[in-house]
Design a protein around this ligand. Structure first.
Ligand code: SF4
Ligand SMILES: [Zn+2]
Length: 363
């Protein structure tokens, strides 16, 4: 693992300031859940998403200051949440979703903890086990997906999880963000290398003979200090790399501007823009024709002021086309809009147009 702080201690300082502004909220208030159509390993189905409040991402709370685009820590109670409390919150949110719609047919459960589910400092072992025992009672739940940094992936903890949900797919999603160590370390401050990711994937793959174990990579589209064309190239290469290393699927997260991050500071100064929706479409086209595994493009922030943006005329049409293509894994049809020329120019010239913002000046 690499603990360097390439952004010159900028991130710890930004994080400290942002955390001072956070209004503390009780864990119950920070929990959330929803459900929706999704693509499962077996095909289209329903996913129940659950957000559990934990003490917060260990990487963001450490001296590193965390990742340059992420403010999840601001949604954490910033105090220990007991194991019992976590299980209660899980039950409450899970029941809420089941009451809205019974579990029937192919279902996945995705648990977000705004950090690492496999870090026992964030989710204690007893809470993890209780949650998995509850999920195991539902036969139609085919997949359980959690998120973790690679350093918490080890054989013992994975075996423990898999044994509690026999017959179900257990997937660990890791924020690889980019296949390039340089981009991941210097621009995102992720603090781990390809080697760390590959080690975690080796453990995951070694369990495939005993369990339905899968690994997934989250990839960030357009980190800070990255031009539009470099963002497209990096996203495509990163998906190809992740597939070669053996992940079961890839999920792209195009940047949206989170509050209290270095990304926000650069955006406010006009030195950063989230990617065009056209770029995400280009990435889907190129990745779908070169990578065999399922690839999802997250469209959550599309068309908003802080998210990927084209123009008012085509934002929602393209968003719908991408959502559809996530479910059926097809390449969206060609589409025209007058804003496309601007995107083409941006892709062509943005590399010569690099920002000159002085990062160290009075942020
Ligand atoms: S992206 Fe993940 S590892 Fe980075 S600060 Fe956010 S929650 Fe932590
Ligand atoms: Zn348009």
């Amino acid at each position: 693992m690499n603990n360097q702080q390439p952004l010159n201690n900028l991130l710890p300082d930004i994080r400290k300031k942002a955390l001072k502004r956070v209004k503390k909220r009780p864990p119950q208030e920070l929990a959330a859940s929803w459900s929706g159509d999704d693509l499962l390993y077996s095909g289209p189905g329903r996913t129940i998403f659950l957000v559990l409040p934990t003490a917060g991402c260990a990487w963001a709370l450490a001296g590193s200051g965390g990742c340059s685009m992420c403010s999840y820590i601001a949604d954490s109670p910033l105090e220990d949440v007991s194991s019992d409390e976590l299980v209660e919150i899980f039950k409450e949110q899970f029941q809420r979703q089941i009451q809205k719609q019974e579990i029937s047919g192919p279902t996945a459960i995705k648990i977000f903890v705004s950090g690492s589910f496999l870090n026992e400092e964030e989710i204690p072992e007893t809470a993890r086990q209780e949650i998995f025992k509850i999920i195991n009672q539902y036969e139609d739940v085919e997949e359980v997906v959690v998120e973790s940094r690679p350093e918490y992936v080890n054989e013992e903890i994975l075996r423990d999880c898999c044994q509690l949900i026999p017959g179900k797919i257990f997937e660990v999603a890791m924020g690889l963000e980019s296949a390039s160590d340089d981009i991941r370390l210097q621009r995102i401050n992720k603090g781990f290398t390809r080697e760390d990711f590959e080690k975690a994937m080796t453990v995951i793959k070694s369990l495939k003979s005993d369990f339905k174990m899968e690994g997934k990579a989250y990839l960030l589209v357009k980190p800070i200090l990255t031009s539009e064309s470099e963002a497209i190239e990096d996203a495509v290469k990163s998906a190809q790399y992740a597939a070669e290393i053996g992940v079961g699927r890839v999920s792209f997260c195009p940047s949206t501007i989170h509050k209290g991050t270095l990304m926000e500071i650069l955006w406010r100064r006009g030195s950063y823009q989230p990617p065009w929706i056209w770029s995400t479409l280009e990435i889907i086209r190129r990745v779908r024709s070169s990578v065999q595994i399922p690839v999802i493009m997250d469209t959550a922030g599309f068309g908003t002021r802080r998210g990927p943006y084209n123009c008012k005329k085509c934002n929602s049409k393209l968003k719908d086309a991408i959502i559809q293509s996530n479910i059926n894994q097809t390449i969206p049809e060609d589409f025209e809009c007058e804003c496309k020329d601007k995107w083409v120019a941006d892709v062509k010239y943005s590399n010569v147009n690099r920002s000159t913002t002085n990062l160290l000046k009075n942020h």
